[in-house]
Write a protein that binds this ligand. Structure first.
Ligand code: KIV
Length: 516
């Protein structure tokens, strides 16, 4: 066994990487990407070099159709795909959205398991077979790239899956995707299912075989790799593994496993692995789904060593305890430039470049101003501080929005927590109010609500220390729900009450912008 660190290109057959962060990833409870968020992520996926971007589910809302269309028009390189149920109007909506892509794809799915057909679709096998035939034929009338998925395949009668797959290929499907929709499969079983499918479907050689694994039992990556070893040449997944319930296969894990264990996998991807870390950070920032510290590949601790024995080994030779080179994933080494309050624009720009961040002039000035504020309060601003600053300053800026001008909070173990806030309203007028609450954050939110008058529900509030030590910045992520949509706001400050207030104002601004 070797722990090769070469680029991962060129060895064995290619495995196509299908990214569904913007479709299945967005189905995570609590995520609602704006069109601008989706475009930013799609551009990063383009840099990452994924082969297919599933940009959305156009029939689900006019906004999603618009987002998929914007990506199809502006992103070049990857195939741009949209998801459709097996009906004419969904397929037409996908085509409307993806038709301007360099290479468009329509992804049609229909459930094949007895439980889904009976309980959800109220259809029998004949109906489902006919719907699959008709919809794949319709999609193939629009474009060459047509993907077909029998949903809940791993809990379906295998004979029926073979029948559906054969019919879909006969009607023009060029990719056959086998979803483990509820994350039920075990790797050996999934591999046997795919092997059998390839033996039983006579026209399977006319399509590329794909796998789409959910993570309900924590097996999404393992099942995806088992799928590749069984002959699948497309893997679907998301950045950071976000997605329905416990999420999807984490693409960075799949890509790095293929690359690191090339000795066993005998395949390659064409992904530019150096862009993985930047993709992970961007998705974390825009989705508000915080990456757990021990997450494989992209977690904060994934390449940190704490035990003396491990530190000793790594200092003597990195490979003693690291099977991957963090720099090959784009993780910045972080020690050449130390940023402090005396650092200038030059130093900050160099550090941002090392982090793979490019900003326009306005964004850079905002980030520089925020950096100076933090540097005034901390002896050293490290990469994690910078990421927190970027997270706040590069979230979609909303024109004519509210901003926090003053915050005063009185709290303690006696009396009621009280907050006074002054906000600048969208017309530039200062408006002030105060409220009491169950705690200081509650008091702040009530006071802000009194000023802005926006009806909403706070559905999530999380605070994490960005760095260690007493002067650490706290990063607050909040999610509110208003008019049936959720909006995320993030802010960081050495004072977590200030960060809480600013994060709340950002989320309200996103809601205001969306309601215009
Ligand atoms: O999980 C699933 O089955 C899906 C299909 C639409 C591929 O997301």
């Amino acid at each position: 066994m070797s722990t090769s660190q070469e680029a991962g290109r060129g060895a064995g057959e290619k495995v196509y990487i299908f990214d569904t962060t913007l479709r299945d990833g967005e189905q995570s409870a609590g995520i609602g990407f704006t069109i601008d968020d989706k475009l930013q992520i799609a551009r990063q996926l383009e840099r990452l070099g994924v082969d297919i971007i599933e940009a959305g589910f156009p029939a689900s809302s006019p906004g999603d159709l618009e987002a998929v269309a914007a990506i199809a028009r502006r992103v070049r390189g990857p195939i741009i795909c949209g998801l459709a149920r097996a009906n004419a109007s969904d397929i037409d909506a996908v085509w409307e959205a993806v038709q301007h892509a360099e290479t468009p794809r329509i992804h049609v799915f229909i459930s094949s398991s007895a439980i889904h057909m009976a309980q959800q679709l109220h259809k029998n096998k004949e109906d489902v077979l006919e719907m699959a035939r008709a919809s794949v034929a319709r999609a193939a009338g629009y474009c060459h790239e047509v993907e077909f998925s029998p949903m809940d395949a791993t809990r379906s009668d295998p004979q029926f899956v073979y029948e559906l797959v054969e019919a879909a290929i006969a009607e023009g499907a060029t990719t056959i995707n086998i979803p483990d929709t509820v994350g039920y499969a075990i790797p050996e079983e999934f591999s046997a299912f795919l092997t059998e499918l390839q033996e039983r479907v006579p026209n399977i050689h006319r399509a590329r075989l794909s796998v789409h694994c959910q993570n309900d039992l924590g097996l999404a990556t393992a099942n995806s790799l088992a799928g590749v070893l069984a002959g699948a040449r497309q893997v679907e997944g998301t950045i950071n593994g976000i997605g329905e319930r416990a999420g999807n296969a984490s693409l960075e894990e799949v890509i790095l496993a293929i690359q690191t264990r090339r000795d066993l996998m005998h395949v390659h991807t064409d992904v530019n692995a150096r862009e993985i870390y930047a993709a992970s950070k961007l998705v974390e920032r825009l989705s508000g789904m915080v990456v757990q510290p021990h997450k494989a590949i992209v977690g904060r601790n994934a390449f940190r060593h704490s035990s003396g024995i491990h530190q000793d080994g790594v200092l003597k030779m990195r490979e003693t305890y690291e099977i991957m080179d963090p720099s090959a994933i784009g993780i910045p080494s972080g020690d050449s430039i130390v940023l402090t309050k005396v650092s200038g624009r030059h130093g900050l720009r160099a550090r941002l470049e090392a982090l793979g961040v490019t900003l326009d002039a306005d964004e850079f000035e905002r980030v520089f101003a925020a950096f100076k504020e933090v540097a005034d309060r901390k002896s050293e601003v490290d990469d994690r501080d910078l990421e927190a600053i970027l997270s706040e300053q590069t979230q979609q800026q909303v024109e004519a929005s509210w901003s926090l001008d003053l915050l005063q909070v009185s709290t303690g173990d006696r009396g009621r927590p009280t907050a006074t806030v002054r906000l600048i309203d969208p017309d530039g007028e200062a408006r002030e109010d105060a409220a009491i609450g169950d705690g200081p954050v509650d008091a702040i939110y009530r006071a802000i609500n009194r000023v802005t008058g926006v009806t909403n529900q706070l559905t999530e509030f999380s605070v994490k220390a960005v760095t260690e030590g007493i002067d650490a910045q706290g990063e607050v992520t909040i999610r509110i729900e208003a008019d049936g949509t959720s909006y995320v706001g993030r802010a960081s400050d050495t004072d977590i009450l200030v960060a809480s207030a600013r994060a709340y104002v950002y989320a309200l601004n996103r809601h205001t912008a969306a309601s215009r």
